[in-house]
Each structure stands twice: as C-alpha cells, then as structure tokens.
Write a protein that binds this ligand. Structure first.
Ligand SMILES: Nc1nc2c(ncn2[C@@H]2O[C@H](COP(=O)(O)OP(=O)(O)OP(=O)(O)O)[C@@H](O)[C@H]2O)c(=O)[nH]1
Ligand SMILES: [Mg+2]
Length: 389
C-alpha cells in the first residue's frame, strides 16, 4: 500500500532541509572565521617580543641614590650562540676595499699625487683641495703638504715608489701610531659605556663589539640603557642572541641609569668579563639629555669603575662630528672614539681631526652594516688601506 504524503508536508520537509543545509554552511563559515581570527591574534602576539619574566616596573628615579636603591630585574637569559664571529685581527685587511678611492676623496687625492710623473704647483693645489674636502682639516693638511714638499722636492720629476714611501711615512705620522688604541676591558667586570648623537651607529657598534669580545674569548653582557624606545632593546637582543650574549633591559621610558646599574650588577653577580652599556642617542645641544648621560656614568660607578667610554661618531657628518665630540667629552670623559660609516662615501681625514680635537684615539672603525664590519683601528693598516685602495 502506498502512503501518499500531502503536498504541504513535502514542502515543509523540503524547506526544513534547505534551511538545515544553509544553516550548516553559515555555521561552518562562522566557525572557520573565528578559528582563523584566533590563530592570527596568537601569531601577532608571538611576533611582539615578550617582556622577560620577572620584570619590576621601577619608576624613574629622581636622583642617583634612588636609582641605585631601585635596580631593575628585567633580563634576557643566556642563549646558545648561533654565529662564530670573525677574528678581529684580520678584519682591516678584509675591509680595506671599503675605503676605495672611487668613493673616498681622501684616498683619491693621495692616489692622484702618486699617479703624476711631474709634480707641479697645480698638483699640490689639487692635493690640498682633496685633503680639505676629505675633512682632514686645514692645520693637518698644511702640515702634510709642507712635509711632503720638503721631502719630495717642491716641483719636478716624481718617482712613484719614492713618493709612495714618503706619503705613507707622513700619513702614518699624522694618524699617530704612538696612541694607545687598546680597548680597556679589564675589570670585574670591565664596563664599556657607549655614547653619541642619534643614529651614529651606537647600537650596531655594540652588537659588533660584542662579537669582537666573544671572538677574543671574553664573556659579555649587554645593558640596554636606551629606554627611550623598546625597539632599541629588541635591536640589542637580536645582536646578542646571535653570539649567545644576554641583555639586561628595563621598561620603556624607565630610568636609563637604573638599567645601566642593573646590568653592571648582574655582570658582577654572574662573573661576566665585560658589560657593554648602550645609551639613547642624544643631541649634544640638549643640556638635560647630556646631564642624564653624566648621571648614567656616575650611577654605574657606584658599582664598578667605567673602563672605557666610547663616543660613536658618524664619519659622514664632517665638522659637526667634531662639535659633538667636544661636548660629549666634557660630560663623560670620553676615552676612545668609534668612527662609523667610513665605508662608501666617508671621509677618512676625520680620523686625524677627531684625535687632535679630543686628544683621544680612534679605537674602532665601522666599515659597513655587516655583523663583522667593525675593525680595530691601527694607523699603519689604515694608511696602507688608503694607499692601496
Ligand atoms: N654603512 C654603514 N652603516 C652603519 C655603520 N654603523 C652603523 N650603520 C647603520 O647606521 C644606522 C643607525 O645605526 P644604529 O646602531 O641604530 O644607530 P644608533 O646610534 O644606535 O641610533 P639611536 O639609538 O637611534 O641613536 C643603521 O642603519 C646601521 O646599520 C657602518 O659602519 N657603516
Ligand atoms: Mg641605538
């Protein structure tokens, strides 16, 4: 017997099935969207560097004593090294091409003198112009040209081999091979404070310096006392993690002196050889910021003597670099200069001016953005690089 279903029942069943399917599809899409949204939130959270555990949000302190009384606890832990840094001794040889004559008026001017077979008044004039363009300064330029004229003869035939030997000798003298350029890192721990105006290459130099120190067998700890922006501490952690060097950091906007103190404190506790402290870039014309720098140094010194204050100068800034150098030297007693960005369009002559103005040696030079593009400076190696460029 066939059971006949009324038409309206069939329509109802059909409607039910259609809505069931549509509802299922809508539910499925909604669930998928929720899952995708939740996943992307999780991924975003992972992208942002997590604040290390145990952070104490210490309020910025009003004076040195308070800063000492409230050290921060925020740290990143020792991580296994991923890189093997290049030994520092061979670096200047590898990097000498970066001082290439094509880009560098200092080298270009010198090579033009060597290339000429007859020295004329015009040759000397051209050399003078290129040396001044290369930031050698008027005093050192006159000194060099007078010495060369005396030794090479004012005018006449030029013997390229003799010219090169004389030029090398006089340049090395000018760059001063007698200065003590050794980085002072002895101490318990040795403390290196790194200062300079904005964007000169402080943090990059510290990252590279950590590699130099690790390559020399030192244990190293970095202090992120640039609390001005969180990215600065992240930048330092990225550098540190590549060579297994931990970083002590504080909350964004916190007291930089407290972070510096905490870094040295932990360095002592962990028996680390060298603590390198990064600071925020500051204009030498801002008295408040310069005072803050003085305070950072004083606060560190309550824990351990500062063995080295490195002033980082961007070689491309020319005369302005010298003005900065004078002001920083007054505030924090600079003991060494790092001249960055000497690669490319840099002007090598500034090495001489900076040393004369400050009375402190150039100890390191930055010759690129690569991790091992920082070389210990030495007068003869630098001059050879220029003359062979
Ligand atoms: N070509 C070249 N670039 C360099 C050198 N040293 C640093 N830089 C670049 O200069 C830029 C600024 O470097 P940072 O290390 O962030 O400078 P900083 O002084 O810490 O900057 P602030 O903390 O903002 O004051 C980066 O793009 C570096 O890669 C160098 O020797 N050669
Ligand atoms: Mg920086």
């Amino acid at each position: 017997m066939r059971i006949r279903c009324p038409y309206y029942v069939l329509v109802a069943i059909y409607d039910f099935l259609v809505w069931f399917i549509v509802g299922g599809v809508v539910l499925g899409i909604t669930a998928a969207a929720v899952i995708i949204f939740a996943q992307s939130r999780k991924a975003k959270r992972l992208e942002v560097a997590p604040e290390p555990a145990g952070e104490v949000a210490a309020a910025p302190t009003a004076d040195d004593a308070k800063a000492v009384a409230q050290p921060l606890e925020t740290t990143s832990d020792q991580v296994p090294a991923a890189d093997v840094p290049e030994p520092p001794a061979s670096r200047l040889t590898r990097l000498r091409r970066r001082l290439a004559a094509a880009e560098n008026p200092f080298a270009r001017g010198l090579l033009a003198l060597l290339a000429t077979d007859r020295i004329s008044a015009e040759t000397w004039d051209d050399l003078e112009t290129s040396l001044i363009t290369a930031d050698l300064g008027v005093g050192p330029t006159t000194e060099l040209i007078d010495a060369l004229r005396a030794k090479m003869g004012v005018e006449g035939e030029s013997d390229p081999a003799k010219a090169k030997a004389v030029l090398r000798e006089e340049l090395v003298k000018l760059v001063d091979p007698g200065l003590d350029r050794e980085l002072k890192v002895a101490g318990a721990p040795g403390v290196v404070l790194v200062v300079g105006v904005n964007g000169t290459g402080k943090t990059t130099t510290i990252g590279k310096l950590a590699r130099v120190l690790v390559a020399e067998g030192h244990s190293v700890l970095l202090g992120a006392a640039d609390t001005f922006r969180a990215a600065a501490a992240d930048q330092l952690e990225t550098w540190g993690s590549r060579v297994g060097v931990p970083v002590v950091r504080g909350p964004e906007g916190g007291d930089p002196a407290s972070v510096a103190f905490d870094a040295v404190d932990r360095g002592i506790a962990d028996g680390v050889d060298v603590v390198v402290v990064d600071t925020a870039g500051r204009l030498h014309t801002k008295a408040g910021l310069m005072d803050e720098l003085g305070k950072i140094k004083r606060v560190i010194e309550r824990k351990a003597p500062v063995s080295e204050v490195l002033l980082v100068i961007d070689a491309t800034t020319g005369q302005n670099g010298l003005t900065q150098a004078r002001v920083f030297a007054e505030v924090v007693d600079v003991t060494g200069v790092v001249l960055t960005k000497l690669d490319g369009s840099a002007k090598g002559g500034i090495v001489v001016q900076v040393q004369r103005e400050l009375g402190v040696p150039v100890k390191l030079i930055g010759l690129g953005e690569g991790a091992d593009d920082l070389a210990p400076f030495d007068a003869a190696g630098f001059v050879d690089a220029l003359l062979d460029a």
